[in-house]
Design a protein around this ligand. Sequence first.
Ligand code: SF4
Length: 707
Amino acid sequence: SASVSSSRVHTTCPYCGVGCGVTLSRQRNQDMPIGDEDHPANFGRMCVKGSALHETIGVNGRLLHPEVDGKQTDWNSALDRVAQRLQETIEKYGPDAVAFYVSGQLLTEDYYVANKLMKGYIGSANIDTNSRLCMSTAVAAHKRVFGADAVPTSYEDLESADLIILYGSNMAWTHPVVYQRIAAAKAARPELKIVVIDPRRTSTAELADLHLPIKPGTDIELIDGLLAYLINEGHEDSAYLKKHAEDYESVCQQIIERSSNLSDIAETCDISLENLKRFYQWFANTEKTVSVFSQGINQSSRGVDQASLILYSHLLTGRIGQEGSGPFSITGQPNAMGGREVGGLANQLAAHMNIESEAHKEIVQTFWGSPTICQSPGAKAIDMFRQIEEGTIKFVWIMATNPVVSLPEAERVKSALSRCPTVVVSDCMAETDTVRLAHIKLPAAGWGEKDGTVTNSERRISRQRSFLDLPAEVKPDWWIICQVAERLGFASDFNFAKPADIFREHARLSAYKNKGDRAFNIGGMIGMSDMDYDQLKPVQWPVIDRDSDGNFVSTKRLFTDGLFYTPSGKAKFHDVVLDTSPRRQGAFPFMLNTGRIRDQWHTMTRTGLSRRLQKHYSEPFVEMHPDDMKALELQSGQLASVSSPQGSCTVRVSEHDGLRKGDVFMPIHWSDSFASAARTDTLVAAICDPISGQPAFKQTPVEIKSV
Ligand code: SF4
């Protein structure tokens, strides 16, 4: 059972968006975590990061006491200072002069109160999250096509599909347990076909029946060509479209008008015509198809359009809302969706409501009884740090994230923060590149100490349970935020004694004036007791009912009735724009792709503590094709400088013949804390998708030289 036994705790892994259930002993560092056999995300499976969790907890390297201006202080003084600086800045420059930059590492309850404080009480929408770098493209595509940020599918659809397409995902390393589930399904049913679309031949490609190593940035031409092929070859489900979609005629007409012949598409994508045809034919002829898309699609300057085309490929063929078929956005973080649910993005309100909608603003403000409500979208991540650089934002509170390493143009971010009048950082670690720049440091709880909920990539809400005492003066994020709200004069509306109280309010808001016209609804959980919350079993939203045993009822699949969340109830097609991505430039002849490696998480502030995990790759590197190395007379292991117009890094060269010639790859994890001049994101330009604001991390023209 997912409930808490006396000797072992059942919780959720804090790393990727698979959201695996984990069980471990209640005593610190006593045993290895093992996969929770009853958790529907993993059924007992684990990856190497999850199974090293016990090596990363404890007080080593922790921020244990509040600090103001470099001096340790008590909580009262630190919180008073945060509130005072917030108030002074707002009084002098207005609410948009302050900002919160938060994280997919926060639990839903933390996110809920941070969003409530900023949008309903400070009256600005300047709260954005590092999830902007991860899933905001998928959110924007879901919203404009489905009318809501709603992922239709479940992991078990992958196991019942006959064709799985993995667009831009090295799942074997980045979402290993989902990969293990697919690998097991393929072993049981070898006829299950897998297509991997990725410029690199990664570990994931080993499972593929077909790997399409397309030229970086040509996904959109490939998918646009797929749609043209489906229409031209008569694979449209006209009855489905007529009943359940709108504006598809004109969009399909444009797709046909701009379509090239298959040879031209193959040439553009730089793959063989035979393989292109095979992919299109498999898609056309396989009813049960799941299209998984991840960072290769999302982290692009035209991400929303290419993600939308993936959604259209399923609408066009009526393959959505049925077992074993549908589009599936797999995102990176532990609380892959929880932040989206409570308005963690600068362009959304809580409970998936829209800032642009007067009716939604009124619903949220009335429900909260708040003194104000933000009027328009706030600054998305990149713009937020631009405004800090320009001096229009003068106060920033960064929670559980390390933007000095993880944002594009990272050196610019560092210099912007070093000039910002007030930088507050809440973190569990003491020495991150971002914490070092803080005027006020707030020690926050880490995994094992935090208590609340997270939502994974398949809409499944699970409990992250605490099993360790809070060390020294460490406090949970929700408590810290509520204490600041109290000092700003909002005590009665932030008077939460525990995470369960926040969750119940979150559930009530999701159902408030929601007659099924908004996707996110967990109204069935409104009346949950503290014990229900403590013993909550993983459940997929919407959660409208309880069964006769009192269990909350999951919704496995969305759109089974063909009804979408747009005003008309029909899925909406939009025009897409081709060809805006950055291409190779003369002085920067290589195309840099960035991503994760198997054994590290984000900026390594926690996984970097495990010696076992360090063994996989112990230092930063740039992977190159052997022919490119030969041309530059570089040897494996040699140091090289990688430069772009934005900056430069010095790392070792590593040979990989699974790269296309002219492409190079660097992992994102290392920071100046581990090796100097190794912050990959100092190289990446802050070019974003115009709709989602998600940066294009996958295509940076660079130059490489030996040093
Ligand atoms: Fe599961 Fe992801 Fe954690 Fe690995 S990192 S155990 S796949 S949630």
